[in-house]
Design a protein around this ligand. Structure first.
Ligand SMILES: Cc1cc2nc3c(=O)[nH]c(=O)nc-3n(C[C@H](O)[C@H](O)[C@H](O)COP(=O)(O)OP(=O)(O)OC[C@H]3O[C@@H](n4cnc5c(N)ncnc54)[C@H](O)[C@@H]3O)c2cc1C
Length: 499
């Protein structure tokens, strides 16, 4: 994928698109792939980088959702488990199995969680990975070295999926491009165009040059996740809010706190949530929280109380106490929850498709990464009817998602981060990386794995990118400064200095 070529096609005034997709996260990319694979002419415009929003800030699980099981959302669990199976088949290079253990510290916990997880097995049906099973205290300690053992009586083990969210996003973009879609990052939609009151296109801005251009499309799909209402207001300034944004924070720790291969599921926290402590890329990921926020921002920040809550909860379950100084990175994402009454932890993760009765703008929000393909299928089915496009069937259930090409072999740029020059060059040449942040936060996840090391490596990455993209020394300087400022927000804040 080359941005220059994509942009030239996008800005061609002679083109009329079947679909314009606004937003390049899981939802928008899934839709672009689905529509292109059905043979429609698709343009996707992303304001920042692909997966810059929530889609690179997830807990990295492809799962039915034990939490939704607890909430009784069985249809959602069944659908997600089915999609989990499909994704494992279609993108085996990006999704893998991970064992999760629910430890028991009270007599009733093993039978209680054991029965719940048997239901999870049952709902997975033929898509199941392996049956859940009871573990003795000894087996739990062997599988979870690092767990607090005082009062531990045993546990229940089940298997779920783990994935690389931002890499899956890039792979979806590449697969969509291979099917003929045009996708442009750093290209916000700044206005919606209408004819006779109906949405018929949009104005896009190339954020690199500042140039604006108009495009026309049969159907415009707003897939901007937590930013959905801002785009709806471009169409109708009076549109009532659809999204109740809620943020979730994760801490990343050194692997020594949980050195085994299994993850730990804390089934009930002080605020009635589930918390995961998961081995992730030679680190440990702890998350997440559910904190209502007033509005979505592109770089959400963890609140002090969220970090304290995650530390306190993890410390109840881990043998070695974690302090704030142990945190390698803190990252936060915003859930595009569709609003309703009550606390956000109780709102449905199910998605909503909404067609504006006047303008015909199709908005899609909510859902989970795990169910992106199903969401895309429904959105494109509806778009075909709205835009009177040929009613093509959805071909994505068994469609393989492309794997990254092999990067030129070269030594790692940093002793703590295995990123190589070859991978940086590949990101520029084939994956439309434009900024240092794109390489360090999404083509690789090093900003999320170790923010201080990512800052150290930024000048080397900027130098390589400048060679690839034909940029000068001033660009390198600006990029390093911008990345350093951004990455400071992922460093564990000192006590008393947090937002
Ligand atoms: C903390 C947390 C943990 C999660 N963990 C999991 C998990 O483990 N498993 C799971 O299945 N799901 C998980 N989810 C849910 C999942 O991550 C989201 O449902 C999914 O990423 C939403 O994708 P999206 O494309 O709708 O939104 P986004 O990824 O936010 O994409 C929207 C995009 O629209 C772009 N945009 C905004 N305005 C414009 C504009 N004017 N023009 C062009 N583009 C624009 C933004 O830049 C953004 O890239 C989690 C969510 C959160 C918050």
């Amino acid at each position: 994928m080359k941005r220059e070529a994509m942009l030239a096609v996008a800005a061609d005034p002679g083109r009329h698109w079947d679909l314009l997709v606004i937003g390049g996260g899981a939802t928008g990319l899934g839709i672009a792939l689905d529509a292109a694979a059905r043979g429609h002419a698709v343009l996707l415009a992303e304001r920042d980088d692909f997966a810059k929003g929530t889609s690179s800030r997830s807990t990295k699980l492809i799962h039915g959702g034990v939490r939704y099981l607890q909430q009784g959302q069985l249809a959602l669990v069944v659908e997600a488990l089915e999609e989990r199976g499909r994704l494992c088949r279609n993108a085996p290079h990006l999704v893998h199995r991970r064992a999760f253990i629910v430890p028991s510290y009270a007599w009733w916990e093993s039978p209680f969680y054991g029965i719940g997880l048997k239901l999870y097995d049952l709902l997975a049906g033929r898509h199941g990975f392996a049956p859940s099973r009871h573990l003795s205290r000894k087996e739990v300690i062997a599988a979870l070295p690092g767990i607090a053992t005082a009062g531990l009586s045993g546990g229940t083990r089940y298997i779920d999926g783990q994935f690389d969210d931002a890499r899956l996003a890039v792979a979806l973009a590449q697969t969509a491009a291979a099917k003929g879609a045009t996708l442009v990052n750093y290209c916000p939609v700044v206005a919606v165009r209408k004819a006779d009151g109906k949405v018929c296109g949009a104005v896009l801005r190339d954020a690199e040059s500042g140039t604006e251009f108009a495009v026309t499309a049969q159907v415009v799909i707003n897939a901007t996740g937590p930013f959905c209402d801002a785009v709806r207001r471009l169409d109708n300034p009076q549109a009532a809010p659809l999204i109740a944004p809620s943020q979730g924070t994760h801490l990343v720790l050194p692997r020594r706190f949980l050195p085994g291969d299994s993850a730990l599921l804390v089934p009930r926290t002080a605020d009635g949530r589930i918390i995961f402590i998961i081995p992730w890329q030679d680190r440990v990921l702890v998350g997440t929280t559910d904190t209502p926020v007033d509005q979505a921002t592109p770089e959400p920040r963890a609140q002090a109380a969220e970090i304290d809550f995650l530390l306190t909860t993890a410390n109840r379950y881990l043998a070695s106490p974690i302090s704030r100084d142990d945190i390698l990175s803190v990252f936060t994402g915003i859930r595009p929850l569709v609003s309703g009454d009550g606390a956000t932890a109780g709102l449905s993760r199910e998605h909503t498709l909404l067609v504006d009765p006047q303008s015909g703008l199709l908005s899609i929000a909510g859902g989970k990464w795990t169910t992106y393909r199903r969401m895309a299928e429904q959105a494109v089915d509806l778009a075909q009817r709205l835009g009177r496009l040929p009613a093509e069937p959805c071909p994505t259930a068994d469609l393989p998602i492309v794997a990254a090409s092999v990067a030129e072999p070269s030594p790692p740029l940093h002793p703590g981060l295995p990123l190589t020059a070859g991978e940086v060059r590949r990101a520029c040449r084939e994956e439309m990386a434009r900024r240092v942040e794109d390489v360090l936060a999404r083509r690789s996840a090093y900003l999320l794995l170790d923010a201080a090391a990512a800052i150290n490596i930024a000048p080397a990455v900027a130098g390589l990118m400048a060679e690839e993209l034909g940029r000068d020394a001033a660009w390198v300087e600006r990029e390093v400064a911008a990345f350093t400022a951004l990455a400071a927000g992922y460093l564990p804040p000192a006590a008393g200095k947090m937002a």
